[in-house]
Write a protein that binds this ligand. Structure first.
Ligand SMILES: [Zn+2]
Length: 343
């Protein structure tokens, strides 16, 4: 993948290209930023740019070196990943040894540690040696979403490049070019991704939509407040039948919906909400439900989410929250309820 194929993070791209052009690329780099924003693609593009046989600031994507890097078969471009949970000291010792060899076929041997924060302390200390006296023919790139989990001594010996999430438009554009999806799905995925292409590729939209449908039913029940038996059932299902992980997933779907509803309540632009494809339904909820009650539900659920670590009794906590919401004196008018329950 050449530079022009990379999406987003234009400042990082420009800085790296300038360093290549002026032949002053550092020997050790840290690419820091959230998961799924393209750090590994940038590292591989850089590996190609330094080793392309048609040498320039960009890679040609055609020469044997470029093709081998694309196929993950280049002897001098080495990806170091965790074996199990950690990148272990033996893996780093081997890297250090190999970093001092002449490249087999390239200009520079490139080592990409992904994620570098998976190094345990002894592995990190072993890496320091090569960072202190970097061989001229090696380039070490550490990828991390947790910069502060790296030893300060490592951070200070590397040039840090900070990656940020992509814009919604950039993710949309990427998805549109690569995949044949209906436009409403592309828009929804891009918004759910939080600007991380890696995340957009992981999301199963049909699962998300099923969960969202359940969450919407619950929100309607809470807004009308009439059917306490169903609310208690919902608390039992969410609180007892689901594993904690499944529950947290459902909770985050609920929270995103509530945020959208709040946004619409304060007359935000429809195009800026996450669940753009169901804006009319969310508008009806927003109109039927007083702002302070939506905010209060959101706050209660957030408190519950934070208390999950302390083994709070989920079912009881949910029942309390639901019944409190349903009993509110600021319940919607009969007219608003009718609008709400209309499909
Ligand atoms: Zn090439």
């Amino acid at each position: 993948m050449s530079w022009e194929m990379l999406i987003g993070n234009h400042r990082v791209k420009a800085t790296l290209q300038a360093a290549l052009r002026d032949d002053r690329l550092a020997h050790a780099l840290i690419f820091s930023g959230p998961d799924g924003v393209g750090k590994r693609q940038f590292a591989l593009a850089l590996a190609k740019a330094v080793n392309c046989m048609e040498r320039g600031v960009d890679s040609c994507d055609r020469c044997p070196a470029c093709r081998k890097i694309d196929e993950g078969a280049h002897m001098d471009v080495i990806l170091v990943e965790p074996e199990g949970t950690f990148i272990k000291i033996d893996q780093v010792r081997q890297l250090v040894q190999e970093a001092y060899y002449r490249p087999f076929e390239a200009q520079r041997r490139v080592f990409i540690l992904d994620p570098a924060d998976a190094m345990n302390e002894s592995a990190a200390n072993a890496l320091l040696k090569v960072l202190e006296e970097p061989p001229a023919t090696s380039l070490i790139i550490l990828l991390t979403s947790r910069l502060h989990a790296l030893l300060p001594t490592i951070r200070s010996r590397c040039q840090v490049h900070t990656f940020t999430p992509l814009t919604i438009e950039e993710v949309e554009c990427f998805l549109r070019e690569r995949y044949q999806r209906p436009e409403d799905q592309t828009r929804l995925l891009a918004r759910l991704s939080g600007g991380r292409i890696g995340r957009a590729l992981e999301i199963d939209l049909s699962v998300y939509r099923t969960w969202r449908k359940e969450a919407l039913e619950l929100l309607k029940l809470l807004a009308t407040g009439d059917d306490r038996a169903r609310l208690i059932k919902a608390a039992e299902y969410l609180g007892r039948k689901l594993s904690r992980e499944e529950f947290e997933d459902r909770l985050s779907v609920l929270n995103v919906l509530l945020r959208d509803i709040l946004y619409l309540t304060v007359e935000g632009d429809e195009a800026d909400i996450i669940n753009v494809d169901i804006a009319p339904t969310l508008r009806r909820l927003a109109a039927a439900w007083p702002l302070e009650r939506i905010a209060s539900l959101s706050a209660h659920l957030e408190t519950l989410r934070r208390n999950l670590q302390q083994n709070v009794h989920r079912q009881i906590a949910l029942e309390e929250i639901f019944l409190l919401m349903a009993s509110g004196e600021t319940r919607p008018s009969t007219e608003a309820k009718k609008r709400l329950l209309r499909k």
